[in-house]
Write a protein that binds this ligand. Structure first.
Ligand code: PLP
Length: 433
């Protein structure tokens, strides 16, 4: 009886707490229900249950505005860009270049510094193959962190092995904010590149980007920021950060797949050789050699991802309309709530509790493997990620094989985590814990 009353009290507390929080958000003009209603995918059922989408760090769902832009661009003014002298091509070119301007405004740089790539992975490879092959010498060093996504490790390894360069990884403490002094202590006269995440895709730790970029500048190295999990949670101003490169993927910022952005400082880009050759990136082509266009065209060989770029521009319009800082504040509250809630469940261990943390909650359970957890709660309509999250060195450093990761977006609600908590109780039951 006492147990029943205690449970009832807890349920009432959670419900009331939730209600108050959602109300509070609405009062502050962040109406999460209104936002969520703009995402058709979030209104579907999964296994006869309403979808609870907690996999936004892997890929964000798309608002109707972006879906409409894709449909409309393909339906009314689709054509190849830059080359045609007809109306459709002019319109498509204007929309494509217009998207570049929107992105430049969004991150505060010149549109000449915005390169369209197929994603963040392609962007980092571009830097490695272009800047890296030209500038790195045997004995040089690249500093990364153990918290990198593989996209910010493997391209450097490929180049490092070709050029006789050493990769050094900074450690990270899962429950603490990252101290940039750790990077400082690894700098030597051979440091040429400092590459790091804006936000860890496993721990959610927010890195002190400005401080690390300053360390790079002071030692004459270039700074490369993997902004995939950062740009989605708050304002990014590349001028203020003073980074040399910043990259991200469109599909994580409410845009389509197949599009990414590489920002590079113009004085660095101008000295970089092309990475891919072909149409659109040249000045004059002869049989034996060619001269190249100025950036950004120099780095956009061939027919670009036209509609994807235009749709990313619309995604950014949507984000600006809602307010990126408002989205970030909302997500941080949800993450704090979810972290506390999951951490209070017996047998669940939340991995990563830095005060700056945002966006993701990684956890393990004593009784079950992450793949089993994800599979069981999928039947409750809950979508999470399970595995190494393309961060094997981080897993190795903390002796983990995998974690389960719940991640949020502008549309996430406190109740998503209540449902996740209920799902985990079911996992415990199934495994007899
Ligand atoms: N960096 C981080 C931190 C990520 O989370 C991801 C994707 O999950 C990537 C890089 C790679 O992005 P993409 O696969 O879109 O190129």
């Amino acid at each position: 009886m006492i147990l029943f009353l205690l449970k009832l009290r807890l349920a009432c507390f959670l419900y009331w707490n939730n209600y108050k929080k959602e109300e509070f958000d609405i009062m502050k003009n962040y109406n999460v229900d209104k936002i969520k209603a703009q995402f058709p995918a979030l209104n579907r059922m999964v296994w006869d249950k309403p979808l609870v989408y907690l996999d936004s760090a892997a890929s964000m769902q798309k608002p109707q505005k972006v879906l409409d832009a894709i449909q409309s661009s393909y339906s009314f003014n689709y054509s190849n860009v830059h080359r045609g002298l007809h109306k459709l091509s002019e319109e498509a070119t204007s929309d494509y270049e217009g998207a570049r301007k929107k992105i430049a405004n969004f991150i505060n740089c010149s549109d000449k510094e915005v390169i369209f790539t197929s994603g963040a992975t392609a962007a980092i490879n571009l830097i490695a193959y272009s800047w890296g092959l030209k500038n790195l010498l045997p004995g040089d060093e690249i500093i990364i962190t153990i918290a990198e996504h593989h996209a910010n490790i493997v391209p450097w390894q490929i180049i490092a092995q070709q050029k006789g360069v050493k990769i050094i990884a900074a450690n990270i403490i899962p429950d603490e904010d990252f101290n940039s002094e750790i990077i400082k202590s690894l700098v030597t006269e051979n440091t040429k590149i400092i590459a790091f995440p804006h936000v860890s895709n496993v721990l959610g730790t927010v890195f002190p980007v400005k401080e690390i970029c300053k360390i790079a500048k002071d030692c004459g190295a270039i700074s490369v920021v993997d902004g995939c999990q950062g740009i989605i949670h708050g304002k990014v101003d590349v001028e203020e950060l003073d980074c040399d490169f910043y990259c991200f993927s469109g599909h994580k910022l409410y845009g389509p797949t197949g599009i990414g952005i590489l920002y590079g400082k113009s004085d660095i880009l101008i000295d970089m050789p092309p990475f891919l050759g072909g149409g659109d990136m040249i000045d004059i082509v002869k049989i034996q050699n060619s001269t190249f266009a100025d950036p950004p065209a120099r780095f956009e060989a061939g027919t670009p991802p036209i509609i994807q770029a235009i749709a990313l521009g619309h995604a950014i319009d949507w984000v600006v309309e809602v307010g990126i800082d408002e989205i970030g504040k909302h997500e941080k509250k949800i993450i704090s709530y979810g972290t506390e809630l999951l951490d209070s469940i017996d047998g669940v261990k939340v991995f990563g509790k830095a005060p700056s943390k945002t966006g993701v909650i990684s956890f393990t359970m004593d009784c079950a493997h992450s793949h089993d957890i994800a599979t069981i709660i999928d039947r409750e309509g809950i979508a999470v990620r399970a595995g190494h999250h393309c961060a094997q060195p981080l897993m190795d450093a903390f002796d983990l094989v995998s974690t389960t990761r719940a991640s949020v977006g502008a549309y996430s609600k406190y109740e998503d985590f209540d449902k996740l908590a209920a799902g985990l109780t079911k996992v415990k039951k199934i495994f007899g814990a």
